[in-house]
Design a protein around this ligand. Sequence first.
Ligand code: AMP
Ligand code: GLY
Length: 415
Amino acid sequence: MNVLLLGNGGREHALALALAADPSVTGLYAAPGNPGTAQVARNIDLDILDPAAVAAKARELEAALVVVGPEAPLVAGVADAVRDAGIAVFGPSQDAARLEGSKAFAKDVMKAAAVPTADARTCTALAEVEAALDVFGAPHVVKDDGLAGGKGVVVTGSRAEALAHAEACLARPGAAVLVEEYLDGPEISLFCLSDGARVLPLDPAQDFKRIHDGQQGPNTGGMGAYSPLPWAPADIKEQVVREVAQPVVDEMARRGTPFVGLLYCGLALTSKGLRVVEFNVRFGDPETQSVLARLATPLGQVLYGAATGDMPETLEWRDGAAVTVVLAAHGYPGSARTGDPVTGVDAAEAIENAHVIHAGTALAADGTLLSAGGRVLAAVGLGATVAEARTVAYEAMSRVGLDGSHHRSDIAAGI
Ligand code: AMP
Ligand code: GLY
C-alpha cells in the first residue's frame, strides 16, 4: 500500500523508518518531510494544515493510509477531510483532537470517565488565577489552555512567576489558563493505539522535558527519552489501559466523537497513585524515536488496522532498550539559530546499534547539512540494557558537530 506521512520532525523520521521497514508499505511519501525522511520516503510539498489539500494529495498519490504526525493538522481537521474522502487515516477527528487542543476539555472528559488527574481550575481572569494559586499552594502549576508546543506550562515555586505566566497567556483574546494541583513522582509516557473502541498499548517511555541536566531550566519539546522503563511496575501498561485509556476511549465514543489514532498518556506515578498529567493525540517526540526502535510488529499494518477497526491484539517487541539524545541549536528553547553546518552524522551512524534521527535539518544546494530548527537531530542507541543503549547513543552524539549546540548529558543516567 501507499502511505502518506504528514510532518517534518524527528518523530516523523522515526515513523518513516518504521513504515519503510514494513514490507506491506510499497510506496512511502512524507509531506513535507526532512532530509532524514528523504532517505526512506519521497518528500513532497504540501500545506499539511489545509484539510482539502491533504485529502486531494492523498487521492492523487493513491494512498491507502494517511498517518498524521503532529497535532496541528489534527486540530485543523485534516483527519476528517481524509476520512470523508474515503481514505483510511491514522489520527483523530478535529472533535477528538480536543483532548490535546484544550486542556479544559481533557479535564472534562477525565471527570466524566472517572480518570485520576490533578485537581484544576480553569481561569479567564487574573483574580481567579490568584485565588486558585492560594487554594492549591506551592509549587504552582499554570498551563495555557490551548496548544503551545510543549512550552505552555510553568511549574514554579514562585507565585510572581506563576502570575506572570498566567498574565502572558491571558493577554490573548479569549484565552484561558488552568491552575493545577502539583503532582509529585516520576513521569512516564504511555502511547495507546485506538481504533475508536479498543486500546492497544505500546511499551512505556520516559521523556526529559527540561532544557538542562538535573531537570533544571525551562520546559522544551523534549530533550531525550528511553524505553522501556525497568523500574516501572510490571503491569503498568495494563493499569494505564484499565484506569485511563479505555475509560477515555469509551467516553469519547459515548459522546459520538470516537478516538481513532494515538492517545499519548502523560502520567505521574505519585505517592497517591497514578495521575494523568496530560493527553496528546499523536506520537510523542522524542519518545517515538526510542519506542519504535524496539517495535518488531510491522508498523504500517498496525496503523492501518487501527484506522480501519482491525487492530491486532498484541504487539511484538525486540529485547533490550533504546535511548535517544536530542541535539538542540544555539538559543533553543528560545529563538534558535539556524543555518549552521552539521557534521559527523555518517560517523555517528557508523557506530554499531546507533542511528541518527533528523528533526530540524535542511540540505543546502551543495549538499551541506545545515541546522534548520530548535531540536536539530537525535542520536538513538540500542543495547541489551538501558545503560548499554545510553553508552551507544552518547558515543554517536560525540561524533556530531554543530557550532553553539547543546544537549543534555544525563538522559537515562543511572537507570
Ligand atoms: P503538559 O504540557 O501538561 O504535559 O506539562 C508539561 C510538563 O509540565 C509535564 O511533563 C510535567 O513535567 C510538568 N507538569 C505539568 N502538570 C504538572 C502538575 N500538575 N504537577 C507537576 N508537574 C506538572
Ligand atoms: N515529548 C513530549 C511531547 O511529544 O509532547
